[in-house]
Design a protein around this ligand. Structure first.
Ligand code: AMP
Length: 229
């Protein structure tokens, strides 16, 4: 049998509104990786009223974390898809807890994680950004409503960019509070394994991407593809 190669495995971490979605899309495009956003997968499941969608809907609306045992199944099937294994992936939105990091390490076996990129942005900056965030209903690209507009036209696909259901002031605070509780042990988990790449993510998307690219490129250059069969 011809040995297939296994692509790199990356994770992007950071507060809500730190630019994970934007940077993950760009990194994925630059390095030929699949961008896997757990939030987008769950929102799609809710929109299509799948059994998973019906189970997770209330958590999303309230800005609470979906239980770990549901999340691990979602991630395991996403990263196990043959084309994702081959191209490699960039996980956005998972892991969010130490328990999820342990789950990821278990389901990735015998592969390994290459790096976790932390987009570092202070709390007051992300609060401001989340209040102005509008997300395309069709392609999920985020746009900034400079003047607080309710709706914008997505510059990428021409779709309608609106406030996300969980970008209400109450849900924003709930999500940020949960993030602060889980973040320190999660970051330590990656630090202990020598995987954490901290990037200052205050600045324009182009400036931040330059820093992210500079941090990630050497790691990916050093991680040669591994045979899977
Ligand atoms: P996001 O788009 O990453 O902000 O995620 C939106 C919502 O999806 C979160 O507020 C959670 O309700 C749920 N969610 C996404 N990823 C996870 C995860 N790894 N663990 C638990 N819940 C998640």
């Amino acid at each position: 049998m011809v040995a297939a190669s296994r692509g790199p495995s990356l994770v992007v971490l950071g507060r809500q509104g730190s630019g994970k979605g934007t940077q993950a899309q760009r990194v994925a495009a630059a390095f030929g990786l699949r961008h896997l956003s757990t939030g987008a997968m769950l929102r799609e499941a809710v929109a299509h009223r799948t059994p998973l969608g019906r189970r997770v809907q209330r958590y999303l609306v309230q800005g609470r974390l979906v239980p770990d045992e549901l999340m691990v199944g979602v991630v395991e099937s996403a990263i196990g898809a043959r084309d994702v294994v081959r191209s490699g992936f960039l996980l956005d939105g998972f892991p969010r807890t130490r328990r999820q990091a342990d789950d990821l390490e278990r389901v990735l076996d015998p592969a390994r994680l290459d790096a976790a990129v932390l987009l570092d942005v202070p709390l007051d900056v992300v609060r401001h950004r989340l209040g102005l965030r509008r997300v395309c209903r069709r392609c999920e690209t985020p746009t900034v409503a400079q003047h607080g507009e309710d709706e914008l036209v997505c510059a990428v696909c021409g779709g309608q960019a609106v406030r996300r259901d969980d970008d209400t002031p109450e849900a924003i605070e709930a999500r940020l509070e949960t993030h602060e509780l889980e973040a320190a042990p999660l970051l330590r988990w990656f630090e202990d394994r020598g995987l954490l790449l901290r990037v200052d993510a205050v600045g324009s998307p182009d400036e931040v991407f330059e820093r992210v690219h500079a941090a990630v490129a050497p790691v990916l250059a050093a991680s040669s593809p591994e045979p899977t069969e």
